[in-house]
Ligand binder design. Structure first.
Ligand SMILES: Nc1ncnc2c1ncn2[C@@H]1O[C@H](COP(=O)(O)OP(=O)(O)O)[C@@H](O)[C@H]1O
Ligand SMILES: [Mg+2]
Length: 277
């Protein structure tokens, strides 16, 4: 079931024209509208991407379906989709909300970290898992993540650290251009889906470094994908059911191709993995 926005906070950067809102569950969410500036398939991609990342045990924000009551956007005319000189308020219905990892008034969230801080990120190897995911879903965009300081135990459950230890964590966001965005196709250009700071790939010595994510994709259970399908609101894919079904069928079929897609990248751009001999 959806939760409701109760307060508009600000507009965010980016092509989908997302907005930060406070919701009635006490959390804040970066919301992409169903009628966003790009395409309604973008929010489907966000929800599918989030569910797949969760299933692969990769860090991604909690997410919810969000309703944006009229009172909220009436008071904030900037809370609209801008298409040229036209402004369109959010459609009625459910939108995609990506949870802000804390209180935006006191917690800084960064889109980038300077190169000197990047090695200090506690879960940097999750970028290798993210590459596996991005190859699988044919993410046509560069990999995007947010960074913030947090209790490591809360975000990095596998690591045996003191419950109060703080550090930088990275969390994967922006899956609007999975499946080549509005096109719902798999393009597989070798260099797509990469994170722009190449240090995150430096540690790779072989295909084994992409485990356990590679195996999780290759053996991804079909039932789980059915569950993903059932959680997508019918209104989001109305009239688009067949292409959506084909998209997910292809996704199942291409599970076993993912190791080759990574090997292809390595063949094309060996400099990306200086320690892979
Ligand atoms: N869960 C989140 N928590 C904090 N900030 C976020 C979150 N999701 C997105 N953002 C911020 O909002 C911006 C826009 O979101 P993004 O998903 O990248 O949209 P776009 O498709 O428009 O690029 C990001 O650059 C990031 O700064
Ligand atoms: Mg973005």
């Amino acid at each position: 079931m959806p939760i409701k926005a109760i307060r508009h906070l600000r507009r965010m950067r980016g092509g989908a024209q997302a907005h930060l809102v406070e919701a009635d569950d006490g959390h804040c969410y970066v919301v992409k509208f169903l009628n966003n500036a790009q395409h309604r398939r973008i929010v489907v991609n966000e929800a599918v991407g989030s569910m797949l990342l969760e299933a692969l045990a990769l860090p991604t924000p909690a997410w919810e379906f969000i309703e944006l009551p009229r009172e909220i956007w009436r008071e904030h005319p900037e809370m609209a989709v801008e298409l040229g000189s036209r402004r369109q308020p959010p459609e009625e219905g459910w939108h995609f909300g990506s949870r802000y990892p804390g209180d935006p008034a006191t917690m800084a969230v960064y889109d980038f970290l300077p190169d000197t801080l990047l090695p200090k990120v506690a879960n940097l190897t999750d970028f290798l898992g993210a590459l596996v995911f991005d190859k699988w879903v044919g993410n046509a965009d560069a990999r995007q993540a947010i960074f913030f300081r947090a209790r490591l135990r809360e975000w990095n459950r596998d690591e045996p650290v003191h419950p109060r230890k703080l550090g930088f964590v990275s969390v994967m966001i922006d899956h609007g251009f999975a499946f080549n965005g509005p096109h719902w196709e798999y393009v597989d250009a070798p260099l797509q889906g990469l994170y722009l700071r190449k240090q995150v790939y430096e540690s790779v010595r072989s295909l084994e470094d992409f485990q356990p994510w590679l195996d999780r994709v290759v053996h991804f259970p079909e039932e789980l994908l059915d569950r993903v399908w059932r959680r997508i609101p019918p209104a989001w894919i109305a009239g688009d059911e067949e292409p959506f079904e084909r998209l997910l069928e292809m996704l199942l079929w291409r599970r076993r191709r993912v190791p080759d897609l990574i090997a292809d990248l390595r063949d094309l751009r060996a400099s990306l993995f200086p320690n892979w001999r």
